[in-house]
Design a binder for this molecule. Structure first.
Ligand SMILES: CCCCCCCCCCCCC/C=C/C(=O)SCCNC(=O)CCNC(=O)[C@H](O)C(C)(C)COP(=O)(O)OP(=O)(O)OC[C@H]1O[C@@H](n2cnc3c(N)ncnc32)[C@H](O)[C@@H]1OP(=O)(O)O
Length: 719
C-alpha cells in the first residue's frame, strides 16, 4: 500500500507502506499509480515527494511475486508516467533504495538521500537485470563505466558515493522527507525537460568497444556460468549504442530470457534460503524464536594457527574484546604480528582505524578466566582438544560458553570433559576465517538452546551466515564432501585425469575443481584422518585388497601421493605441479599421469573413456545422496541449510541454488535412477546406494523443495 497526503499546502506526499521493506508489490504499485493521478489532478498540488515508511524507501520489486503470475500495474509504465509528469517528483531516499526502488527513483526528477542511505541495483544477484528501465537510465545519468560497475556487481553504494556519481542530487543528515518537501516546493513550476533521464544522451568514452570487450571478458571469467551478469553488460551496451526506446526493447528481450531461466529461480530460492537458516530449530523442538541468546562482550580464542588468527581478527573487527592465547611464546609473537598485519590491511581496505587494541595476547590459559565465550582452535586432534576443554572448564567463570572450531570431531566428547556440557557447541569456521561467510554452529546432544542461540547471534554479529547443524562426523559440509572426493578418486582409477575432472566441475560452476581444491587445502589433512581411522595404512598388500578396506571400495591414491611428500600447493606438488611451494598456478604433471598409468597396470585396471556426464553425476549425485541422509538423520533441519552451507563454504555455484535445489532441477526421479544405475555398477560403494528419504520423496511425487520438511517429518516419525 501507499498513503497519499498533502503537506505544506502544495506538496503531494506518497508514502510507501509495505512492511518489512516496502517492497513494490502489486498493491503498492497500484497505490502509487492512484496517488500520482490524484496529485496531478489536484490544482493545489504543485509538486510530489515519494518516500517510504519507517525510514526505509524500498527494497525494490516484491521478490515473492516473481514466483507466480504478475498482477497489478507493471513497473515500467508506472515509472514512465512519473517521469512524464508535468509536476516535479522528488524521491526522498532513507534507508535503502534497491532494484526496482532505485529504478523508480531514477524515474523521478530529483533524488534526495539521507547520508546513511544505501542504493543499488542488485537484480543481477537474483539472476535478473534492472528491467524497469534501470539499465537504460543509469548509464545516461552516471556514465557507462560507473553504470557497468553497479549493474554487473549489484553492489550497494553509500549516499556519499551516489552523490559523487551524480546518482542523487543532494544528501542530508536531517529529516530527509522534510528536506525533500522543501526542495519540492522550491522546484515547483520549474521546467522539467532537463530532468527526464530517458531523454539524456548516453555519454560513452571514445573507446567504448574496447571497454565493453574488456568488461565482457572479465564478467565471463568471474560469472562461472551465471548468465545474468552477461545480460547486464549487453543491456548497458544497448543504452550506449541505441536510442532510448530501442534500448528499452533490448532490456525487455534480455529480461524475458533471464526471467524464464532456471538460474533466476535458483537465485530467488537462495535469497530466501539465506534468510530461512536464521530461523533455526533443533530436533528437541528448541527454536530461534523461543531461545534467547546471552550477550557476549568478551571472547577468547585458544590456539593461534591459521584458523585461530582469522577468528580473532573477525571478532576484533566486529568490536569484541578478545583474549588470544597461544601457549608457546615464540608462536604467540608470530601470531601477534600476523594478526596485527591482517587487522591493518583490513582497516585500510575499509577506511577505518585498525582494531589492534581490541586484542590482548597471552601464553597462559588462565587469562581467559573472565571471558563470556571461548573458541578453541587448536590442532585437529581429539586428545589435545579434550585436554583444552578440561582446562577451560576448570579456569573459566561459571556460565562461559565453550566452543570448538573443530571441522568434524565429536562435539559430545568435548562437552563430556566439562562441568557444564550444556554450554558447549561447535563453531566451525571456514578458512580464511575472517573472510569466509559461513559458520556451522554445531549442537551436540547436551548443547542447550541458550548456547546455540548465543553462538548463532555471535556469528551474525561478526558478519557470518550461521547455520545450526547436528553433531556427526564432518557435520554437514565435510560429511557431504567425503563421497564427492571418493568418487573423484574412483574416476581417476577408472581412466580420468585430475585436469578432466576439475574442468568438468569448474564448467559446472565450482570456483575450483575437486583436485585443485584438495591441493589448496593440503592432501596431508585427509591423510592424517584416514590414518587415524585405520584406512590409510603404509605398505598394504597388493591387488584388490588394497582397494577394498573396511568392507567397501577404497582408493589409496591420495595416500600414495602423501607417501611421496606430495601434499599439494604447499610442497609444490600434489595432483598438479606448481612452480614452487606455495605457488597457486596449477599445471598438469606428466609424473602424475605416468603414476596413474602404473597404478592402473599394477591393479589390472583398464582405463576407459569417461565423459562429462559421468563425472558430474557420480561426484554430485553421491554428494546429494549424502545430503538426503543428513536430512533423514535430522543433522540439518531442511534443504536450505545444506544449500547455504555449500554455496558459502564450498563454492557451489549460487546460480544453481545449492546441491539440494540442484537435485530438484535435475528431477529427483532422475537422481534416484542414476544413483541406482551407478550403485549397480559399483555395489561396493555404499554412498551410491540411494537413501530412503530420496526414495520416499520420489514415491510421494517429488514435492517442491519447500514441502520437503513435511515428508522428512513423516519419515523421521516412522523411525
Ligand atoms: C522471474 C522474474 C519475473 C520477472 C517478470 C518480468 C517483469 C518485468 C518488469 C519488472 C522489472 C523488475 C525489476 C526490478 C527487480 C527488483 O527490484 S528485484 C529486487 C531487488 N531488491 C533486492 O534484491 C533487495 C533484496 N533485499 C535485501 O537486500 C535485504 O532484504 C534488505 C532490503 C537490504 C534488508 O536487509 P535486512 O534488514 O538484513 O533484512 P532481511 O532479513 O534481508 O529482510 C527482511 C525481510 O524482508 C524480505 N525482503 C527483503 N527484500 C525483499 C523484496 N525485495 N521482496 C520481498 N521480500 C523482501 C526478506 O525476505 C525478509 O523476510 P523473511 O524472508 O520472511 O525473513
Amino acid at each position: 500500500m501507499a498513503q497519499y497526503t498533502r503537506v505544506s499546502g502544495s506538496v503531494g506526499l506518497i508514502t510507501l507502506q509495505s512492511p518489512p521493506v516496502n517492497a513494490l508489490s502489486a498493491a503498492v504499485r497500484q497505490a502509487i499509480v492512484d496517488s500520482m493521478q490524484r496529485a496531478l489532478s489536484e490544482p493545489e498540488v504543485k509538486s510530489v515527494v515519494i518516500c517510504g515508511q519507517n525510514g526505509l524507501f524500498s527494497g525494490g520489486a516484491d521478490i515473492k511475486e516473481f514466483r507466480g503470475q504478475m498482477s497489478g500495474p507493471p513497473l515500467i509504465p508506472m515509472i514512465h508516467a512519473i517521469e512524464a509528469s508535468s509536476k516535479p517528483v522528488v524521491a526522498a531516499i532513507e534507508g535503502i533504495a534497491l532494484g526496482g526502488a532505485l529504478e523508480l527513483a531514477l524515474g523521478c526528477h530529483y533524488r534526495i538521500a539521507h547520508s546513511k542511505a544505501r542504493v543499488g541495483l542488485p537484480e543481477v544477484t537474483l539472476g535478473l537485470l534492472p528491467g524497469a528501465g534501470g539499465s537504460q537510465r543509469l548509464p545516461r545519468l552516471i556514465g557507462v563505466p560507473a553504470a557497468l560497475d553497479l549493474i554487473t556487481t549489484g553492489r550497494h553504494v553509500t549516499a556519499a558515493e551516489a552523490l559523487k556519481f551524480g546518482l542523487v542530487d543532494q544528501i542530508t543528515d536531517h529529516n530527509t522527507v522534510n528536506v525533500a518537501v522543501k526542495f519540492a516546493q522550491r522546484v515547483a513550476g520549474q521546467p522539467l525537460d532537463a530532468r527526464r533521464i530517458s531523454t539524456y544522451p548516453c555519454l560513452s568514452p571514445p573507446d567504448v568497444d574496447v571497454l565493453f570487450e574488456e568488461v565482457m571478458q572479465r564478467v565471463r571469467r568471474t560469472a562461472r556460468g551465471a548468465i545474468a551478469p552477461i545480460a547486464c553488460v549487453q543491456a548497458v551496451r544497448a543504452a550506449a549504442t541505441l536510442p532510448y526506446n530501442q534500448g528499452m526493447e533490448r532490456e525487455r528481450e534480455l529480461m524475458a530470457t533471464l526471467s524464464t531461466s532456471g538460474q533466476t529461480r535458483a537465485l530467488q530460492y537462495f535469497f530466501f534460503a539465506q534468510r530461512a537458516v536464521g530461523r533455526w530449530s533443533m530436533p528437541s523442538g528448541a527454536r530461534w524464536d523461543t531461545s534467547k541468546p546471552r550477550p557476549v562482550h568478551k571472547a577468547a580464542v585458544i590456539g593461534l594457527g591459521t584458523m585461530g588468527r582469522g577468528i580473532a581478527v573477525a571478532l576484533a573487527q566486529a568490536g569484541f574484546s578478545v583474549v588470544a592465547v597461544e601457549t608457546q611464546e615464540k608462536q604467540l609473537m608470530e601470531a601477534k604480528q600476523a594478526i596485527s598485519g591482517m587487522l591493518e590491511r583490513g582497516a585500510k581496505r575499509r577506511g577505518v582505524a585498525p582494531a589492534l587494541d581490541k586484542i590482548n595476547y597471552g601464553c597462559n590459559i588462565q587469562s581467559v578466566a573472565h571471558v563470556d565465550l571461548v573458541i578453541e582452535a587448536v590442532f585437529e586432534d581429539m586428545a589435545l582438544k579434550k585436554k583444552v576443554f578440561q582446562q577451560l572448564s576448570a579456569v573459566c567463570k561459571p556460565g562461559t560458553f565453550l566452543c570448538s572450531n573443530t571441522s568434524g570431531l565429536d562435539i559430545d566428547q568435548l562437552a563430556c570433559q566439562t562441568r557444564n556440557p550444556e554450554l558447549v557447541v561447535g563453531m566451525h569456521f571456514f578458512a580464511p576465517a575472517h573472510v569466509m561467510k559461513l559458520l556451522e554452529v554445531v549442537y551436540g546432544p547436551k548443547s542447550s538452546p541458550l548456547a546455540v542461540a548465543t553462538a548463532m547471534q555471535l556469528g551474525k554479529k561478526i558478519g557470518k551466515v550461521s547455520v545450526a547443524v547436528g553433531n556427526c562426523r564432518g557435520f554437514v559440509g565435510n560429511r557431504m564432501l567425503k563421497p564427492y572426493l571418493e568418487q573423484a578418486l574412483f574416476l581417476l582409477e577408472e581412466g580420468a585425469t585430475p585436469e578432466f575432472v576439475d574442468q568438468v566441475l569448474e564448467e559446472f560452476g565450482f570456483a575450483m575443481g575437486v583436485f585443485r581444491m584438495s591441493d589448496l587445502s593440503g592432501l596431508d589433512v585427509g591423510w592424517k584422518v584416514r590414518m587415524a581411522d585405520g584406512l590409510a595404512v603404509p605398505n598394504p598388500t597388493t591387488g584388490q585388497a588394497t582397494r577394498l578396506r573396511q568392507g567397501r571400495r577404497y582408493s589409496p591414491l591420495g595416500d600414495l601421493l602423501c607417501e611421496q611428500g606430495r601434499f599439494g600447493q604447499k610442497t609444490g606438488r600434489g595432483w598438479y605441479q606448481y612452480n614452487k611451494p606455495g605457488s597457486q598456478v596449477a599445471k598438469p604433471d606428466p609424473w602424475l599421469h605416468s603414476f596413474l598409468d602404473e597404478y592402473r597396470a599394477w591393479h589390472a585396471l583398464v582405463a576407459r573413456r569417461i565423459d562429462h556426464q559421468e563425472v558430474l553425476e557420480r561426484c554430485l549425485y553421491s554428494m546429494i545422496n549424502e545430503g538426503f541422509r543428513i536430512l533423514e538423520d535430522g543433522i540439518a533441519a531442511g534443504p536450505e541449510d545444506i544449500d547455504v552451507i555449500y554455496v558459502f563454504g564450498y563454492s557451489w555455484p549460487r546460480h544453481r541454488g545449492g546441491p539440494m535445489f540442484y537435485a530438484t532441477t535435475v528431477g529427483l526421479n532422475k537422481v534416484l535412477e542414476r544413483l541406482e544405475h551407478y550403485h549397480q555398477a559399483h555395489p561396493d560403494v555404499p554412498s551410491l546406494q540411494p537413501c530412503d528419504l530420496l526414495r520416499k520423496l520420489v514415491a510421494s511425487g517429488s514435492p517442491p523443495i519447500q514441502k520437503w520438511r513435511e515428508v522428512i517429518k513423516k519419515v523421521r516419525s516412522q523411525l
